[in-house]
Design a protein around this ligand. Structure first.
Ligand SMILES: [Zn+2]
Length: 188
């Protein structure tokens, strides 16, 4: 992501020596120390109580975005506090580029799989890997063009012509089911 397109509050955060990326608010300790791969418990609590963004540390409005791995979604336990949509968009290109576990993801995603009505491939005709991260945008507007362009896989749920589109959660659930089936993600 271009430095000039970073949300200004995120751009103003202290920088990590590793990759020069902004240190997420939720990863900073009260003494100023931080670890990009850990969420500070105190900061997570502050985010929850004060409704502030885990990335830029500024008040949240609506809507909010959540960042996490498929495993966290399965467990219904997301570790990273909610963030602004713009901060989440920035994080998708900033932090995976470090190539290591950041934002409570154990390793870099194998692929960002974007669910989109503009997807070239039907969701059941592609191969998923265990480290893939599923991504969906706003139902009204989808995702920004640069996110669309940077996703390794773009998939769609085929629809009968003329029918109303599925809502995002339903469509994601369909794709997630197929991805879990292919990767042996269901408990036996
Ligand atoms: Zn933010």
């Amino acid at each position: 992501m271009d430095e000039n397109t970073l949300p200004s509050d995120l751009a103003a955060r202290p920088r990590s020596q590793e990759g020069g990326v902004p240190v997420p608010f939720a990863c900073e300790h009260e003494d100023g120390g931080f670890g990009l791969r850990e969420v500070s418990k105190r900061r997570a609590i502050r985010c929850a109580l004060s409704r502030i963004c885990g990335l830029c540390g500024i008040s949240l409005g609506w809507p909010v975005a959540f960042l996490g791995s498929p495993e966290e979604v399965d467990d219904n336990a997301l570790h990273f506090p909610p963030v602004h949509e713009a901060c989440a968009d920035a994080a998708l290109s900033l932090y995976p580029a470090l190539g290591a576990g950041v934002l409570a993801i154990d390793g870099p995603p194998d692929a960002w799989v974007l669910l989109t009505t503009g997807g070239a491939q039907s969701y059941h005709e592609v191969g998923y890997r265990p480290g893939d991260v599923l991504l969906g945008g706003r139902e009204s507007a989808g995702v920004p063009d640069e996110v669309h362009a940077s996703a390794e896989l773009r998939v769609r749920v085929p629809m009968v012509a003329g029918r109303r589109a599925l809502n995002l959660v339903t469509a994601l659930a369909i794709v997630l089911g197929e991805a879990l089936r292919q990767t042996g993600g269901f408990p036996s």
